[in-house]
Design a protein around this ligand. Structure first.
Ligand code: SF4
Length: 359
């Protein structure tokens, strides 16, 4: 199906099922921390946190973040380091920095008030089409349908969308279906209902028996619900080794922010090299870091830990060295107390490195 042409009977069934969906949501919606004391700012923060992060992971972190940065002004005035420290455990740290940048933009360009219009929202750093639609519909009740992973699954099945999802063309079509199915009287609740349905009932193995949309779902009608959506073949995971260096000077460790590296472009880390067979150019290191790793004074810790970032399977290793050195201009450096390494390296990898050192 590519055109949104419905018979009157189908239209009326769809209208009816939008109401059923809303009633189901009002009865079954979870009591999530970010659904309390809602305003455009908290919707923005929660939507950014939820991107690429599991719902359960964000609960305590969301509350801590909002307690520390209760509004845009406070967020815009804080340091990047502090924002990052409240993002620890969520990963993808550029989201936190963009949130802070976005807060400053709202102060400077919109007098501190988050706008409700899509075209203004997407001007704000870090706000893309999805987040703009979520803020506009959930916080301002504007008639925009959102399309996250959960909604895509529901919509694909509901309308039997048999094309590969994830391409620009298919995203556009799915957005068209989502717009068509939007409950324009209650757009915020409708969007949340779709997300909730996708995460609780219409998930990988759908539970159609209890689904409020089962009477109009075309995939279910043709017994295709488990075959939809259709994804492109998954990218193969790339095995690499991240070897960190504890470069010590007077009980302090060197921390580096490499601006042009594949990993950790926005945060300070101990110096590291990436090792792996046939590494593409963007993974290769600058010369100075290779030189310190070649030093005869380097002592390698025997154990390692495993970690995973997007499509990489990573082996973490640590060495230590007492060294005094210059550094490449293409990175920022700072020294931190050895016992505060975890507070200065804003990644869940930090605690794994500490375990390797103490093994
Ligand atoms: S009927 Fe089944 S496949 Fe269709 S939307 Fe509901 S849970 Fe998903």
């Amino acid at each position: 199906m590519s055109k949104l042409e419905f018979t009157d009977k189908k239209k009326s069934l769809l209208e009816d099922s939008k109401k059923k969906l809303l009633l189901w949501f009002l009865k079954n919606k979870r009591n999530l921390p970010f659904r309390k004391n809602r305003n455009p700012y908290t919707v923005w923060v929660s939507e950014v946190m939820l991107q690429q992060t599991r719902m359960n992971t964000i609960f305590p972190l969301y509350q801590n973040f909002i307690n520390r940065f209760p509004n845009i002004k406070i967020l815009s005035e804080t340091t990047e380091e502090e924002v990052l420290s409240f993002w620890k455990g969520l990963g993808y740290y550029s989201r936190a920095l963009n949130l802070k940048k976005g807060a400053k933009y709202v102060i400077d360009h919109f007098s501190g008030e988050i706008p409700s219009e899509l075209e203004k929202l997407i001007q704000i750093p870090g706000i893309g089409a999805y987040t703009a639609r979520a803020i506009s519909s959930i916080a301002f009740h504007k008639p925009y349908a959102v399309l996250d992973g959960n909604v895509k699954r529901v919509i694909s099945r509901l309308f039997l969308f048999e094309e590969i999802v994830g391409t620009a063309k298919s995203e556009k079509k799915l957005q068209g279906f989502a717009d068509e199915f939007l409950n324009t009287k209650f757009p915020g609740d409708h969007n949340e209902a779709m997300m909730e349905l996708g995460s609780s009932i219409c998930n990988k193995v759908p539970n159609c028996e209890i689904c409020p949309l089962s009477s109009v779902c075309i995939a279910r009608k043709y017994f295709k619900e488990k075959k939809i959506p259709i994804f492109q073949n998954k990218r193969k995971k790339i095995p690499i080794e991240l070897h960190f260096l504890l470069l010590k000077k007077n009980e302090k460790a060197l921390m580096v922010k490499y601006r042009n590296r594949r990993f950790f472009k926005t945060i300070f880390t101990p110096p590291f090299v990436i090792i792996g067979e046939k590494l593409p150019a963007e993974y290769r290191n600058e010369k100075w870091i290779e030189e310190i790793f070649l030093s005869k004074k380097r002592i390698e810790y025997p154990s390692f830990r495993s970690h995973s970032i997007t499509h990489h399977n990573i082996k973490l290793k640590v060495s230590k060295i007492e060294y005094d050195m210059g550094y490449d201009n293409d990175c920022e450096v700072k020294w931190c107390k050895l016992n505060q390494l975890e507070q200065n390296f804003h990644s869940s990898i930090a605690s794994k490195l500490m375990k390797i050192i103490s093994d």
